[in-house]
Design a protein around this ligand. Structure first.
Ligand code: PEP
Ligand code: MN
Length: 250
């Protein structure tokens, strides 16, 4: 991972919730790269609450994501939902383990064995100890390349989709050397809340941000209500370093 990302640099991952078409993913890849993103995200295998909702383009989605990687030069992050998909992930740079699979221990062991960087999202009902022990499943396979991602937890409040637990960012800093990033998109579920919570995460000492960006949020097949536009993303990206400076982090 050292060649993929130097931890001293603030990691900006951006892209749509789902890969939808070549035009969509290549267009967004170019736009987020121009805004300063280091990696492109895009789901091909989507773990949806309802089995009748769009499940992702699967193999074709991975192919389109790799096309966007070639076109933009950005490394790619995408979610794996089961061990049977692993062969398709050969050219994927970072494997995402989603919230719903944080405690899928067989999957954690399997991605650990690949030696590839793994972006591990906190389970929506996972304690910090459970989160760290899930990371341990990957590390125990001899794979040190784990990125922890706080993506919000379920609380009694249904005003937001999840409650972004920002306190874990400085807390984890004192408990582990692993990079810790925040996902304010799933952490709030509301596009207008993404920029302020992204900056709050940066001020709290996050090592990076994963943000959902869509060129036409109102037409997105998944998570459109929490997607920011490339223009909004660019405006946010401009402010991140100033906030880190003001907070005395850099
Ligand atoms: C995602 O990143 O699109 C996703 C499904 O996230 P989570 O696993 O955090 O819900
Ligand atoms: Mn999403």
């Amino acid at each position: 991972m050292d060649t993929l990302w130097d931890k001293k640099e603030f990691l900006m991952i951006a892209g749509p919730c789902s890969v939808e078409s070549e035009e969509q993913i290549v267009g967004i890849a170019r736009a987020v790269k121009a805004a300063g993103a280091h990696m492109l995200r895009g789901g091909a295998f989507k773990p949806r609450t309802s089995p009748y909702d769009f499940q992702g383009l699967k193999e074709e989605g991975i192919r389109l994501l790799l096309e966007a990687k070639r076109e933009s030069g950005l490394p790619v992050v995408t979610e794996i939902t089961g061990v049977r998909e692993l062969d398709l992930f050969e050219d994927v740079d970072v494997i995402q383990i989603g919230s719903r699979n944080m405690q899928n221990y067989e999957l954690l062991k399997e991605v650990g064995r690949t030696g590839k960087p793994v972006l591990l999202k906190r389970g929506m009902a996972a304690t910090l100890r459970e989160f760290l022990l899930s990371a341990e499943y990957i590390l125990a396979e001899g794979n040190p390349h784990v990125i922890l991602c706080e993506r919000g937890i379920r609380t009694f409040d249904d005003y937001t989709r999840n409650t972004l637990d920002l306190a874990v960012i400085p807390l984890l800093r004192g408990m582990t050397d692993l990079p810790v990033i925040a996902d304010p998109s799933h952490g709030t579920g509301i596009a207008s809340l993404v920029p302020p919570m992204a900056l709050a995460a940066a001020a709290a000492g996050a090592d990076g941000l994963m943000i959902e960006v869509h060129n036409h949020p109102e037409q997105a097949l998944t998570d459109g209500e929490q997607a920011v536009t490339p223009e909004e993303y660019a405006a946010l990206a401009q402010k991140v370093q100033a906030v880190r400076k003001a907070a005395g982090i850099i």
